[in-house]
Design a binder for this molecule. Structure first.
Ligand SMILES: Cc1cc2nc3c(=O)[nH]c(=O)nc-3n(C[C@H](O)[C@H](O)[C@H](O)COP(=O)(O)OP(=O)(O)OC[C@H]3O[C@@H](n4cnc5c(N)ncnc54)[C@H](O)[C@@H]3O)c2cc1C
Length: 685
């Protein structure tokens, strides 16, 4: 039996989440943590969440973000930032640190970036440099106010919400000229973050004029002619450290504010990008930090729960000093320890998935740009032509997927390198993977995370729902529901996944993962690799079966419109991704931790503990996925379905893969009872 000496610190996280060699990111983490545990924690403790209004007290947050460098984190150095290249991992880490204390504060720090994201992803170079440059704090010698933005996609009922294809925000031509026509924009926003203080809004609007084609996103400024009414504050019960209002905007703006630019053809303004194209690329990235915000809640709950459990009987007559009851309190009971392991393991698995998604987003950014350039050079323009060109590469991409997941010693190094250097192969692979990891991070981390957070609150009993519960657990639980809702609620993520998960490239990836996990199992038994592999195999078989089978009434099972089939399959996959990435992170910890001077000493114990947590999580995930698959395979038949014999065999393998999972839970729980925690929580009640 191993011992867990202390709760894992930065040395462990840096290895697992792969930023041990990124000093810039380590500094960002420190900045965000510093603010979270001082300014943010103080605001929450002082009751700043008790009002819907944006107050001077809450505005202290903005100053703190500006002074610590967080505001400039999204920008490139030439725009006043300090990190060159993609910043998805940087933003995810900062959001994680802030949400460790308060999700609203994390959202507040990200909201201007969300407003800038359409400009960043699809804006013209001038739009990008202008707006990004205005949103960094003034540099020494500069005399200007910092500007902040809001992102306005959603609108008042009954028009919009999940379905962003229908809009009531409109754009018309107010004054025609052939250079830069003046447009009138009419947009009523609903639930718009940052709206109390936003100086500009990036708004989605649809054409209401035959001289403008389809839809676009457009930049509105508070100085523009017309109405810039911030609207009523939302009376929300969560995330009160971010501002949310329902603005009314009716403004005249030049067409050059259309994000990405436009051309005029036969007297018609044709925006380069529709609002849908822009939103697609924005949400691709911005949803990842939201998932991680919920995961920060789960991991941050571990220490307060241990503290509460240990001290539960101290101070009364029931436990004399020096007795086990005095020292361990509720931790004398198996259940309290083991349920906390569940909370922690869920948090770790979600983090492994979310940080893998943000690293992939960083790697994908330059590849996406290189692909655009290459296609432009080759004259392959338009999404359709590009898709056809990529489809031709199917076999080569699948060959790469296989090589990517083989151990180095077993693959053809030259061929692997050749395919690694091929922009289009890399693009096709990464796009297929990001199409799963991004929505899955949002779906699983926030959706399942919210219910797991309830468990954390329950572990502190009545105290958990009081304002003085350490770690603000109750607030974090309710906050998690908003994280599950905004930037696309669960249905949007399920819809996204149910379309992308059937792609050949992703299916080849799942097959490669199964082989990879089986190799891990034989070298590192006891970390849930077999259960995860078998559940993925069962999931893949089920997907194939559903795609080729009809229900007892003769209706097609796997169909775009049949959310009762497609959505649960997305949920099942969501469960399995966490353990897969957690297993990879633990292998990284095992290898690199042994070489780390701080960790080397206790690395075997630490890895053993993590392997047990992975085993616990894998068993839970495999169980959930298998339950869903069983319901779908058997639940649409009258009586025994036909042709499902292989399913029974695969399901038995899932069950057998859970061997030892409960022993793992016993050990991990016991280790928790001995872990050393600091005297006091590092932020106020
Ligand atoms: C505090 C807060 C801040 C926000 N900030 C912003 C912001 O800054 N900018 C912005 O543009 N928006 C913002 N939003 C809006 C947010 O993104 C939307 O609330 C969200 O997209 C869901 O839309 P809705 O609330 O209208 O729900 P609805 O669309 O009414 O959905 C209700 C339920 O039905 C499900 N559902 C809906 N359609 C389908 C379907 N076709 N298939 C299956 N299920 C479906 C949904 O998943 C959900 O469970 C914010 C919201 C809140 C609460």
């Amino acid at each position: 039996m191993y011992t867990l000496r202390t709760l894992p610190g930065d040395d462990v996280r840096q290895i697992m989440w792969r930023y041990a060699d990124r000093y810039d990111l380590q500094m960002s983490v420190q900045s965000a943590r510093g603010i979270a545990r001082t300014v943010v924690a103080k605001l929450v403790a002082e009751g700043a969440r008790n009002t819907h209004e944006w107050t001077d007290q809450k505005a202290e947050l903005l100053t703190a973000f500006d002074q610590s460098g967080l505001t400039a984190l999204f920008m490139d150095p030439h725009q006043g930032g300090f990190i060159e290249g993609p910043k998805n991992l940087a933003l995810a880490l900062a959001a994680f640190e802030l949400a460790w204390v308060d999700g609203g504060a994390a959202t507040c720090s990200l909201a201007t970036n969300l407003a800038l994201a359409p400009i960043h992803e699809k804006g013209t170079p001038e739009q990008r440099d202008t707006y990004m440059g205005q949103c960094v704090p003034p540099q020494p010698g500069e005399d200007r106010e910092i500007r902040r933005g809001a992102f306005a996609l959603t609108e008042p009922l009954p028009y919009i919400g999940v379905d962003t294809g229908v809009m009531c925000g409109k754009v018309r031509v107010a004054e025609w000229n052939d250079e830069d026509p003046i447009l009138e924009v009419d947009k009523r926003g609903r639930f718009i973050t940052n709206m109390d203080f936003a100086n500009f809004v990036t708004a989605a609007v649809e054409s209401d004029d035959e001289r403008i084609k389809s839809s676009c996103m457009i930049i509105l400024e508070e100085e523009d002619e017309g109405t810039y009414d911030r609207g009523a504050p939302t009376l929300k019960m969560v995330h009160q450290l971010s501002s949310t209002r329902d603005p009314v905007l009716k403004l005249r703006v030049p067409a050059s504010r259309i994000i990405g630019g436009f051309e005029i053809k036969d007297g018609t303004i044709i925006p380069k990008y529709s609002h849908g194209e822009i939103i697609g690329s924005v949400f691709h990235r911005t949803r990842i930090p939201v998932g991680l915000m919920t995961m920060a809640k789960l991991i941050s709950a571990v220490e307060p729960v241990i503290r509460y459990h240990r001290k539960r009987f101290q101070g009364g007559d029931a436990a004399k000093e020096g007795t086990p009851r005095f020292d361990h309190g509720i931790q004398m009971n198996e259940d309290a320890l083991q349920r906390l392991v569940d909370v922690w393991a869920s948090g770790e698995a979600g983090c492994s998935l979310g940080f893998a998604a943000s690293r992939l987003a960083d790697a994908f950014d330059p590849i996406e740009k290189a692909k655009e350039k290459l296609f432009e050079e080759q004259g392959v323009v338009g999404p359709r032509k590009q898709m056809m060109a990529l489809r031709k590469l199917k076999d080569t991409v699948q060959e790469f997927v296989e090589l990517e997941h083989l151990p180095e010693s077993e693959r053809d190094a030259a061929r692997y390198q050749e395919l690694k250097d091929d922009t289009l192969v890399q693009f096709a692979y990464m796009e297929a993977l990001a199409g799963i990891l991004n929505p899955a991070t949002k779906l699983w981390c926030t959706g399942v995370g919210a219910t797991v957070m309830r468990e954390a609150v329950s572990l502190v009993g009545g105290y958990g729902i009081t304002e003085d519960c350490p770690g603000f657990l109750m607030q974090k639980w309710t906050d998690a529901q908003l994280e599950a809702t905004y930037e696309g609620p669960e249905a949007v993520q399920r819809r996204h996944m149910s379309v992308t998960m059937t792609s050949d490239v992703f299916q080849a990836t799942v097959s490669a993962w199964i082989g990879q996990l089986r190799r891990v199992e034989s070298d590192n038994p006891g970390m849930g690799a077999e259960a995860t592999a078998s559940a993925l195999e069962l999931w893949q078989w089920t997907l194939n079966h559903l795609q080729n089978t009809k229900d007892a009434e003769g209706r097609k099972l796997y169909h775009n419109k049949r959310q009762g089939v497609t959505f649960p399959m997305a949920d099942a996959l969501g469960w399995l991704l966490g353990p897969y990435y957690l297993i990879l992170d633990i292998l990284e910890l095992k290898e690199k931790g042994a070489m780390n001077p701080v960790l080397a000493d206790g690395i075997d114990d630490l890895v053993a503990f993590y392997m047990d947590m992975a085993n616990v999580q894998a068993a839970r995930a495999a169980g959930e996925a298998a339950r869903i698959c069983t319901e779908l395979v058997y639940g649409f038949a009258n009586g025994a379905p036909e042709g499902v014999e292989p399913f029974a065999g695969l399901k038995a393998k899932v069950d057998a893969g859970m061997a030892g999972a409960r022993l793992s839970k016993d050990r991990a729980g016991k280790a928790l009872s001995g872990v050393m925690i600091p005297e006091a929580l590092d932020y106020p009640l």
